[in-house]
Design a protein around this ligand. Structure first.
Ligand SMILES: [Zn+2]
Length: 671
């Protein structure tokens, strides 16, 4: 709860070069500082710090941000903790914001839930060793799973007695309220009006779920009786402190090893996590009680970008792995996969072969996602050309999720070589898929913009992580733009045409030297740019003007920009715009499709493009004229001098005449 003006004060005082140089040795180079990047391995410095802009940027791995981001990334601080670090460094006092009554009550409720959960964990762990049933049933089970006492204690495992209300009664006697017991999910009220509370986890071995800083959030309880009706695992319901989609089982015990090894192993079950830790693979976590979520991935990302999935080799395991790959890549992670053979899971494999064997197995059998997924898809496709084509397009979609250009290029190279598709073809398809994704994201954003903000979910229980989202240049302000720039739609259409069809050719009627009717071929870009420059039309939106100018410069130099020029543009806002405006549906190259006997969709009809170009230019001119007329009429209201009024009226008349002419031309074409 750091007040915004204090945050600003901290940011103002912060000198990025001073912060970074606490961790990285920096050397001055011109206005900037250079050093070896702490986020990837390198011998020659490509890590740059700019004091004037207050940012760092690595030209090797692409990591970039301000001092707060640096601390969050380097020291694994939460956003408020990074600010506190800086406040401390620059001697700025933080007066934590006064809580409102509501906030204080929520805070108290959270505290109460933390306390009762911690109490329960200690109690269950105590029963495991100091109660007869605990030893004979609970501990016996863990021993049978070959877990040793050290690991049982490390994970705080326990046992809940097989009685209806033993725990609840004990907790109430210790002063915990019914309300807290019910809200934490430890006790259940069967009916709303019923007085009696029951133990949720009776007769189960208990796996406490910790947050990253080691507080107990909830439990997962495994049944031991052979009762067929009982669920194998029962988990705490979501509560004020526990939300299963942003919790990772084992993160507290694993986080240091994950950061140290710069690698996280992701397994499917709680017992797999514990078993891996016992085998020395302490960088292992699981997404407990749910399939992998984005929130869980972001949690891992605070410690590493590298994830190796260790899922079962059966069809559900493979399916889960394939889903997880896309999700992980989408969050900027690097993914490898290990599948265990012969129906083994990490736990059973570790037991069969021991810890050295499993460590070397994982090392030798981790496949990068390209090899893993193409292997699965091609095996499934056999020699069926249609299925091979589908496999290729699935791989294209997955590779398109890789955010880093170098990594993506490498993935394309590997995949095209495995699938025997020309690298160029694959690269083009991937580029198109990326554009399509961006388009989709843009449309989604359009749909949701104006409605209530989506992310109203509470912060993860382990941190009061109020990290603001980076103010990326997105299109969410589009509605605003439309009222700000009257010709926004028409201007955008011109840029869209340039980007999509600039290097297509269309035919226009003309006369030869003997006055015969002929058709001349023009590049769309030459036509559009020539026409707009000719009428001396300026774009109101400076972003569009800059793209237009850049395109015009290419033309003046007698060339056309490369397909990918604007998509890979150094300016982020240009890249974003190009990506949203380029909207070709993804297709494999014609020659490849022909080779595999798949019929191709017909390319865009030049006549359609020609009409589109014609209308769009006229629409822009029309809108610009209307704008001028409106402006002149506005001006008329405040003009007093007779002569000035006459000049203005003359101008308006002229504009109206041109507008009539344009209107006629537009109508003719539209009809
Ligand atoms: Zn780097």
């Amino acid at each position: 709860m750091i007040p915004p003006d204090t945050v600003q004060k901290i940011l103002d005082a912060t000198r990025i070069e001073e912060v970074v140089s606490e961790f990285v040795s920096l050397h001055r180079r011109g206005a900037n500082y250079m050093g070896c990047c702490p986020f990837h391995n390198e011998k020659t410095p490509s890590f740059s710090v700019s004091p004037s802009r207050g940012i760092f940027k690595c030209f090797g791995c692409g990591e970039a941000g301000n001092a707060v981001h640096f601390l969050m990334k380097h020291e694994h601080f939460s956003y408020p903790d990074a600010l506190r670090f800086l406040a401390n460094k620059y001697g700025i006092e933080i007066k934590e914001k006064e809580l409102t009554d509501e906030e204080r009550q929520a805070q108290t409720e959270r505290d109460t839930l933390f306390h009762v959960s911690e109490f329960a964990q200690k109690h269950f762990a105590d029963l495991l060793y100091n109660n007869e049933d605990g030893r004979n049933i609970g501990l016996a089970y863990f021993y049978e799973r070959q877990l040793n006492d050290d690991i049982i204690k490390k994970f705080g495992l326990g046992y809940c007695l097989d009685e209806w209300e033993a725990f609840t009664k004990y907790a109430l006697a210790q002063g915990y309220s019914e309300d807290a017991l019910v809200k934490s999910g430890l006790s259940i009220k069967k009916e709303e009006n019923e007085k009696r509370l029951y133990d949720r986890f009776r007769g189960r071995v208990m796996f406490p779920i910790f947050n990253a800083s080691g507080r107990v959030l909830g439990f997962s309880g495994r049944v031991l009786s052979s009762e067929k009706t009982a669920a194998k695992y029962v988990n705490s319901p979501d509560s004020e402190i526990y939300n299963k989609s942003n919790t990772l089982y084992g993160i507290f015990q694993a986080k240091n090893a994950i950061a140290r090894q710069d690698l996280c192993f992701l397994v499917e079950g709680n017992i797999d996590v514990i078993s891996m830790h016992q085998s020395g693979l302490e960088n292992t976590v699981a997404s407990c009680g749910t399939s992998l979520t984005r929130e869980q991935i972001r949690m891992i990302k605070r410690y590493t970008r590298n994830v190796t999935l260790m899922y079962d080799g059966d069809p559900p395991g493979i399916k889960a792995a394939i889903r997880a790959i896309d999700l992980l890549l989408g969050e900027g992670m690097k993914v490898r996969v290990v599948l265990f053979p012969d129906n083994d899971d990490p736990d059973s494999y570790a037991k069969k072969y021991g810890s050295e064997q499993i460590q070397s197995f994982v090392k030798e059998n981790a496949l990068d996602f390209v090899h893993f997924k193409t292997g699965i898809l091609l095996k499934d496709a056999g020699k069926d050309p249609l299925k091979i084509s589908q496999a290729a397009s699935e791989m294209v979609n997955t590779i398109a999720l890789v955010g880093d250009l170098m990594e993506r290029t490498e993935s394309v190279r590997e995949c095209s070589s495995i699938m025997r598709i020309p690298e160029e073809t694959m690269a083009q398809s991937v580029a198109k898929a990326i554009l399509r994704n961006k388009q989709k994201a843009y449309e989604e954003e359009q749909k949701t913009s104006g409605t209530a903000p989506q992310e109203t979910s509470q912060p993860p229980a382990d941190e009061t992580n109020t990290e603001p989202t980076t103010p990326l240049t997105t299109n969410s302000g589009n509605q605003f733009l439309q009222s700000f720039y009257p010709c926004e739609e028409q201007e955008k259409k011109i840029i869209e045409i340039l980007l999509n069809h600039g290097n297509s050719t269309i035919k226009k009627p003309a006369k030869d030297e003997n006055d015969n009717d002929i058709f001349e071929e023009y590049y769309v870009a030459a036509l559009v740019i020539g026409d707009i420059l000719n009428d001396n039309i300026k774009f109101d939106n400076p972003l569009y003007q800059s793209i237009f100018d850049e395109y015009a410069t290419f033309l003046q130099q007698g060339s056309l920009p490369h397909d990918q020029h604007f998509v890979n543009h150094p300016k982020e806002e240009v890249r974003m715009l190009a990506a949203t405006l380029l909207s070709h549906p993804y297709t494999l190259s014609e020659s490849w499709l022909k080779k595999h006997n798949i019929s191709t969709p017909s390319p865009s009809d030049p006549n359609v493009i020609a009409n589109d170009v014609h209308d769009s230019i006229l629409n822009l001119k029309m809108k610009k004229l209307e704008q001028k007329i409106t402006e002149a009429k506005e001006q008329l209201k405040t003009t007093t001098g007779d002569e000035d009024i006459i000049i203005l009226l003359g101008q308006i008349k002229q504009y109206e005449a041109v507008r009539m002419a344009l209107g006629r031309e537009l109508n003719r074409v539209i009809m």
